[in-house]
Design a protein around this ligand. Structure first.
Ligand code: AMP
Length: 209
């Protein structure tokens, strides 16, 4: 199974991607995670990406495309995977199409998690994260894995969230058209508890298989 998961920031996309990966044994490729790790390790790519990530802007296509293409061109490239947070622009979709074509890896489906902007702003205001294991929580406190105090991401401030949502919608118009034209795009209602949304995703993937 090779899937792209789309959805606004805070739609539960990351959580659903992790569940799908665990249960269907897929590699989880999240450009947000790749970028945050590069920033933490202060690699050249991380230093270049940092100002964009911190202010909630998109990192330039060329940099993100390079990081993703590197993953697929390695000898241990993923065969079955979920892409989460990538592609974010039409130019990224075109670059991805090229690298997947070159590697003979066809996509099975693209899934669009639908959640309204107001619901997203409410959710992200309540999002707390363990800075060590990245587990999300809905209230401040300590990580249950013993990693210490939870923090809020810099890019979860309301103003930044609204800016990220505006960018998301702007780019999603072209991405939606791109993958709908290929017959790959499946809509899923993203409002509900984690297990309910997960079952909805499985349904559209089964219908596809
Ligand atoms: P995420 O965790 O997916 O919400 O990503 C966090 C931040 O990383 C975004 O706000 C962007 O600054 C950056 N980022 C992640 N994926 C991409 C991408 N595909 N293209 C450009 N920037 C990205």
């Amino acid at each position: 199974m090779r899937i792209i998961l789309f959805g606004p920031p805070g739609s539960g996309k990351g959580t659903q991607a992790k569940l799908l990966c665990q249960r269907l044994n897929l590699a989880h490729i999240s450009t947000g995670d790749i970028l945050r790790e590069a920033i933490q390790r202060q690699t050249p790519a991380g230093l270049e990406a940092k100002p964009y990530v911190v202010s909630g802007q998109l990192v330039p296509d060329e940099l993100v495309n390079r990081l993703v293409a590197d993953r697929f061109r390695r000898s241990d490239r993923p065969e079955r995977f979920i892409l989460d947070g990538y592609p974010r622009t039409r130019a990224q979709a075109v670059a991805l199409n090229e690298v997947l074509g070159e590697q003979a890896l066809d996509l099975d489906a693209t899934v669009l998690l639908k959640v309204s902007d107001d619901e997203i702003v409410r959710r992200l205001g309540r999002r707390w994260i363990c800075p060590v294991c990245q587990t999300p929580y809905t209230a401040p406190g300590q990580c249950t894995q013993g990693h210490g105090a939870l923090t809020q991401r810099d890019d979860d401030q309301e103003e930044t969230v609204r800016r990220r949502l505006a960018i998301y919608h702007q780019n999603m118009v072209e991405l939606d058209a791109y993958y709908r034209d290929k017959g790959l795009m499946k809509d899923v209602d993203g409002v509900g508890d984690i297990e309910t949304v997960y079952q909805r995703i499985l349904e559209v993937l089964r219908a596809k298989a």
